[in-house]
Design a binder for this molecule. Structure first.
Ligand code: ADP
Ligand code: MG
Length: 695
């Protein structure tokens, strides 16, 4: 199970190796092994590296008579009585009476009436832990509990700091804890250290033989923290070493040394309708330098929405063309492909460059593929249709991936396999938090556009209560009369069968057309329309023939209509923060003040915080960090999607400092191990290489 990357369990020389199946442990049979498998645990090593969600300090048992309201306390007592009771609203509760030498108290377990029949029998000794509350005397409401038995095993569950694991049905806290305790005892003293001593000393981290037991059964809270930090560091170190080793391997290989001052590049540059920002100039110079070098480029271009990434990409594209190479320009949606094609093809055609589109919907795809293979088409814009088996290139020199977070690593590799060693330029739709960028794209050179084109004003963002919606529509009408355009975005997941939802969007559109927006020209855009319909609506909106575009999130990324200045997001709490920021980026792309109005009432504090952050914060880099803190990295961009398995111990929202340390150390390890294959770091590098092979 869990063929995990960074945390490959170390080798042991005990009778029970880490890769032994769990059934070697006493008390684990086939049925229990099956339940443990649902937690992703298949081997003894998996079990030992299944770190607790949290710890509970049960070193101190408070006598019932000494309890104080408001404190978190653990009591230990004997059950006097237990019965199930039906509460109001059909809730079934277990009511339990316990006593210790100092007194008695009543405990209520809401919604857990069954406990009265199972766990809590009169005479059982039990441990309860929770916050002391006042209700008809002192009580603990739905405390966590632990049944105690009389044998020595109790030392595992009480009188110490105990681990609390994330569980699933079929595995009890108590059993899991016991098995891990047993497994640790069996290993005792036989752990082979996986990190060189020099690193442990430099980073003040406990050795494995100390950290593994402490992660589960620490003597002190500090010992638990130190142990978990060690594993988080080790995990990040291996990941950083893997990405750096990968990058080093790529840099030895020979790619294309592009020509960077040819006629196409100069021609395009001179034809630009605006002056480049300093940031654009700087990033373009850096990218062109990378392209000119014979090492294959792997660049990540980060910039806020509207910072002008496309024109940067255009310069790279031109440089590739000057050397006679082909360019594949990929975007995640047909609308975006169409937009790039329409805006860039007219610039390229006069220079004699042949340009085509290749999406699932394009007619004549077959002949386009033929021409690509022959090298007759020099630039192709496409969706993932570009990745298909049947597409090949004659001289693919550059791959540009716009708004890349929708593409997985495997798809990217599939495309790379088609070229020689094309240079790669990834552009991210919105900024990625630094820790994620270093982890997901650690092997890439990051270029940051930290400046918006001149004259851009931050989009004013406001929440609109339901009572003000009529006013809002009236505002859209006055805007239209002033020649300004608006978007109304409705949440609809574009993938999957959201037909009912789609119907709601269409009905909403019809209501608007018949009601508050009857005097305006209103268009509808959603993912279920065919490409031609989509193109027509988009083109009409772009040309100013529509005042309002009611759309689903198909317009989320990239769409560029500078005359649109108002964006209404219906049901805003349904969207993630990054997505809201990306949507908001559809407006404020010209000189006029733009507005973003958020409809819908958040139902959770987190949802409210998200909308408040958006209203307050204009900077995409700050928003990305806030989103990471609010949602955690798992939700963010899908580490798994990028081809790396999820981090088990490290938390990218929390461990930024550890990541920095790991990155510095990884660079040094790589340098030393490359210079001297016999140095103590060589084994680490070897382990990192295996991680790469496994992903
Ligand atoms: P994004 O970085 O979000 O992909 P785009 O590349 O779509 O942004 O650019 C946003 C808008 O800004 C486009 O209309 C583009 O033509 C315009 N733009 C880009 N660079 C400049 C500049 N230096 N000066 C003025 N406008 C610019
Ligand atoms: Mg863009």
């Amino acid at each position: 199970m869990m063929p995990d990357t960074a945390q490959t369990p170390p080798k042991t020389d005990t009778a029970i190796p880490f890769d032994a199946p769990l059934t070697v442990l006493p008390g684990i049979g086939a049925k229990r092994a099956e339940n443990l498998a649902k937690l992703g645990l298949g081997t003894v090593g998996d079990l030992l590296f299944y770190f607790p969600r949290t710890h509970q300090d049960r070193r101190h048992i408070t006598p019932i008579a000494a309890l104080e309201p408001g404190e978190h306390a653990t009591i230990q007592g004997t059950i006097i009585s237990a019965h199930a009771r039906r509460m109001s609203r059909g809730l079934n509760a277990a009511q339990v009476k316990v006593e210790d030498e100092t007194g008695q108290m009543a405990l209520t377990f809401f919604g857990q009436g069954y406990l009265a029949q199972s766990a809590f029998q009169a005479g059982n000794r039990c441990l309860f832990s929770g916050v002391v509350q006042e209700y008809k005397g002192l009580t603990l409401n739905s405390p966590s509990y632990e049944l105690l038995s009389d044998d020595a095993e109790d030392r595992v569950h009480t009188g110490r700091i105990v681990p609390v694991y994330a569980l699933r049905e079929g595995v009890s806290q108590r059993l899991l804890r016991k098995w891990i305790y047993d497994a640790l005892a069996l290993l005792h003293g036989a752990l082979v250290e996986t990190l060189p001593e020099a690193l442990l000393i430099r980073r003040k981290l406990p050795p494995l033989a100390e950290a593994l037991p402490s992660a589960h059964f620490p003597e002190t809270p500090e010992a638990a923290r130190a142990a978990l930090a060690r594993f988080a560091y080790e995990e990040l170190l291996m990941l950083q070493l893997a990405v750096l080793a990968d990058r080093a391997a790529r840099q030895v290989d020979h790619g294309i040394a592009h020509r960077i001052n040819g006629p196409i590049l100069r021609g395009l540059h001179d034809a630009l309708p605006f002056t480049l920002t300093d940031a654009q100039e700087r990033v373009i110079a850096g990218l062109l330098r990378d392209m000119a070098s014979p090492a294959p480029m792997a660049a990540l271009l980060q910039g806020d929405v509207g910072s002008g990434k496309t024109v940067v990409a255009l310069h790279c594209l031109a440089a590739a063309l000057d050397g006679g190479h082909q360019v594949a320009f990929m975007a995640p949606t047909e609308i975006l492909v169409e937009q790039h094609y329409r805006s860039l093809a007219p610039l390229l055609a006069p220079l004699g460059v042949r340009v085509a589109q290749l999406t699932g919907a394009i007619v004549g795809a077959k002949s386009i593929r033929k021409e690509l293979a022959r090298g007759d088409i020099q630039v192709v814009f496409g969706t993932h249709a570009l990745f298909q088996e049947s597409t090949s290139f004659k001289r693919l020199g550059l791959v540009i991936i716009d708004e890349q977070h929708r593409f997985g690593v495997l798809q990217r590799n599939a495309l790379l396999g088609k070229g020689m060693r094309p240079d790669l330029l990834h552009m991210s739709a919105t900024p990625i938090p630094r820790t994620l960028a270093l982890t997901l794209y650690g092997g890439m050179d990051v270029h940051i556009l930290d400046e918006l084109p001149p004259g851009r004003k931050p989009v004013k963002t406001r929440r609109i209560p339901d009572s003000k919606v009529t006013d809002l529509y009236r505002y859209l009408v006055t805007q239209a009369e002033a020649g300004r355009q608006s978007y109304i975005v409705c949440p609809l997941i574009e993938e999957g069968e959201e037909t009912r939802n789609l119907k709601a969007v269409v009905e909403h559109y019809e209501d608007l057309c018949a009601g508050p927006l009857a005097s305006l020209r209103v268009g509808l855009l959603h993912g279920r329309m065919n490409s031609q319909e989509k193109d027509e609506v988009m083109a009409a909106f772009k040309a100013g023939a529509l005042d309002v575009l009611v759309a689903t999130t198909v317009i989320e990324v990239g769409v560029d209509v500078p005359n649109a200045t108002t964006l209404v997001i219906e049901n805003a709490p349904q969207f993630g923060l990054t997505q809201l920021h990306q949507l908001r980026g559809r407006v404020g792309r010209g000189d006029a003040q733009a507005y973003c109005f958020l409809l819908g009432k958040p139902s959770t504090p987190e949802g409210r915080e998200r909308l408040d952050t958006l209203c307050r914060e204009a900077d995409g880099f700050a928003i990305a960090e806030a989103d990471l803190q609010l949602r955690g990295p798992g939700e963010f961009t899908g580490i798994r999607q990028a081809g790396l398995s999820d981090l088990r111990t490290a938390d990218l929202a929390r461990d930024a400092d550890l990541l920095d340390q790991a990155r510095i150390d990884a660079a040094e390890i790589l340098r030393q191990a490359t210079d001297d294959p016999d140095c103590p770091y060589a084994a680490l590098l070897e382990r990192a290489r295996r991680i790469l092979l496994a992903t």
